[in-house]
Design a protein around this ligand. Sequence first.
Ligand SMILES: [Fe+2]
Length: 453
Amino acid sequence: MTSQSLPQGMTRAPGTSGPHDGYMPGFGNDFETEALPGALPQGQNSPQKCSYGLYGEQLSGTAFTAPSAQNERTWCYRIRPSVKHTHRFARIDLPHWKTAPHVLDDVTSLGQYRWDPLPMPDAPLTWLTGMRTMTTAGDVNTQVGMASHVYLVTQSMRDAYFFSADGELLVVPQQGRLRFCTELGVIDVEPQEIALIPRGLVYRVEVLEGPARGFVCENYGQKFDLPGRGPIGANCMANRRDFKTPVAAFEDREVASTVTIKWCGQFHETRIGHSPLDVVAWHGNYAPWKYDLKTYCPVGAILFDHPDPSIFTVLTAPSGIEGTANIDFVLFRDRWLVAENTFRPPWYHKNIMSELMGNIYGVYDAKPKGFVPGGLSLHNCMLPHGPDLNAFERASNLKLEPEKLTETMSFMFETRFPQHLTGFAATKAGLQDDYIDCWASLDKKFDGTPGMK
Ligand SMILES: [Fe+2]
C-alpha cells in the first residue's frame, strides 16, 4: 500500500518506490537506510565524529553474547542521544494495561471463554489509554510469557511518545488504520496486516482512519521468529521477502513532549523539550516491520485427514524448551478443503498449550456463530474444546467435494503458559455467559451397535 503523506516536518529516506514505497523487504535482514545523504558512516560504526553532528548510538535487542545467528542490534545516528529523551520519571497509572504476574483471587480462569467485540467508546482514547488487557501469562520479571490486549484507539498521540522495556508488541488490526511513527521509520497498518514493534523502540501512534480496534500480543520473552519449515522446504507459509521494514525517517521538532515508559508492568512519564524521533540514519537488524497476512501461503491436507494447526504458524517465539513456544502466532485464512473421507474442521482436542483466538473478519469454520469479527475466545491449558453442534453436524454429513473457505481470517496467540483473565475480561468485556452451551446439544450417538451414526 502506498503511504499517505508523512507528518509535517518529518524527513524520510528516498530511494524506495513501487510496492516497497517507504519500506525495505526481508525478515531479519541487516538493513541500512539514511534520510539525509551521507548521514550513515561507511565501513565503521563509531567514527570519531559523525556527519551532520549526529550522535552514534547502539540499540541492542539481544544480549551482547547471543549466538551470531540470533544477535540483533541496530546502530542509530541521531540528533540527540537517547539519554536526552528521558529526564526524571514520574509514576502514572494506566489501569487497563495489566502485566503478568496478574492472578486474581476472585477471577476464575479455568474454563472455555468467548467475548463479544469490545464496543467503541465515546471518550477519546489513545494507544496508551485505549489498551485493554484481556489475559496475562508467565512473568514479566523473568521475561517469559505474554499478555493479550484489545486496543480501542480514537485519538492520535500528540507530542507524546512511548516505549516498553517489557517486551515486543505484535499488533493485529481488526478495524481502522494506524500509523506507527517510530525512531527507525514510519509503518502504516490496516486490517489483514500485522506489525511488530520491538522492545525498547520509541514511537507514537496516530489514527489514519478511526475508530481503530485490534489485538495485541505483548511478548515478554525471546523475539518472534519464523518457524522452521522442516520437510516443507524453502518456500510457503510466511516468506521472508514479504516482511517490510521502514526506511529511516526523522523529525527535528523542539516542542514540549512526554515520553511514557512501561517497565516491569509499571508506567512512568518523563518530560522533554523535543521529539525523540530523531534518528537520521541507521543500520542493523533490530527493527520494526509489518507483514501482509494475505501473502501467507498456507500448506495443508491434500488427500485425507489434516495436520495439527501448527501448520498455519506465521511466527513463533521460542521458550527455553526446544519446540515448545512461549508464543505461536497462527493464522486461519481462506483456503481450499479437499481432504476425502475426513472430518474437515478442527477436531475435538485438549491441549497443554493455552489458545487465545481472535476473529479479524468473516466466519470461522469450527464456530459459525458467536465468534464474530473483533471477538475473542480462550481455551486454556488442558480445557477441552472443538466444533459446536452446527459445525459438527455439517462437517459429518456434508457430501465431501472440494470446498473453498472464503471470507475468513482468524488468528491464535498460543502459549505454553496458562493465561489468566483480568478483572476487565471477567466482568466488563462482553464475556458470553452461554459459550459453554455451544457443546450442550452434542448427543450421545453410541448405542453399542456398529455402523456410522
Ligand atoms: Fe484449540
